[in-house]
Design a protein around this ligand. Sequence first.
Ligand code: UDP
Length: 350
Amino acid sequence: MIGSHLCDYLLARGHEVICLDNLVTGRLANLTASLAHPRFCFVQHDVILELPPFPRLDHVYHLASPASPPGYTRVPIETLRVNGEGTRRLLELTHRHGARMLYSSTSQTYGDPLEHPQSEEYRGNVSCTGPRSMYDEAKRYGEALTVAYVRHHGVDARVVRIFNTYGPRSDPEDGRLVVNLITQALRRRPMTVYGNGTQTRSLCYVTDLVDGLVRAMDAPGTKGEVINLGSPEEHTVLEFAQMLREMTGSDSELLFTEPAVGDDPHVRCPEIRKARALLGWEPQIGVREGFLRTIDYFRAELGVTPAPAVPHPASDGNRPGEPDPGPSTPRSSAPAPAGRRPAPGRPSPP
Ligand code: UDP
């Protein structure tokens, strides 16, 4: 999803773009516009394998990896390999071509953070064998490999840690927060809130993120740097769910259930001082605007017509007159009050 927006952006700026994807989680339909462009070329290929020959390259954006928790837990070995072996191949390629490279890492390198918000100096709280280890450790290794090529071979590479990003072209089956909540709301199915919904995230709209990626590639002084990119506007998952239910005009109930993947970080919010200083970057699109655009995309994707707005109770997951579902499987628990900003630090675990 992010890669397809990046292709559009680079084409619009006059670049020639060669896009490699093995489509393990990506969708060719996202490239419909790019595929018609004379300066665009698509190669279905897995970067773990020997790379095809290329004309001279200037810039290598390495975004190849599953990134949603259900995605990377479904293909754990591939996730480790693409960030290990794939990253090595792309660093070698970059080195041979005397090009620049950007390695897309993740906020998951901070694990379930004990420092909040997370600055690039924070070393993280990560399990090397936990349920998310195939992603967290793969990305940490990818970062280590990238800086080793910078220091040992002088390769012009940088690392960007991408925080939660959403927007049009997401796969409706992707399994992440915004995708699940919008598709469930539009289909008028229960909206799944994992745990008690007090965990926090900061959501960045995809075009803002792409702008940050290109700045990180192009800006002087970024060689060897590690830079957070994400929105510093933090909310609880429950607040996002209530906002999306209201914005879709859905009467879906909120269903409190166990997380799809364990070791769910309790808080996450980027410190973006470095991106501001080095790149002159910060997100421009607020969460409501981004949600509206994403809801429009999913309405078209799912073929759903807008529903009339319905009133909702402000703070709980039950519809008026409905009893509290009580503890059961899926688990249902009393949500935290809505409308508050989480205090810095870790909310109590559910
Ligand atoms: N989440 C949720 N309901 C869903 C999907 C996700 O409550 O249907 C929560 C999840 O537990 C996590 C947050 O939303 O706390 C973000 O999850 P996501 O899968 O988008 O990515 P993550 O931040 O875990 O990498």
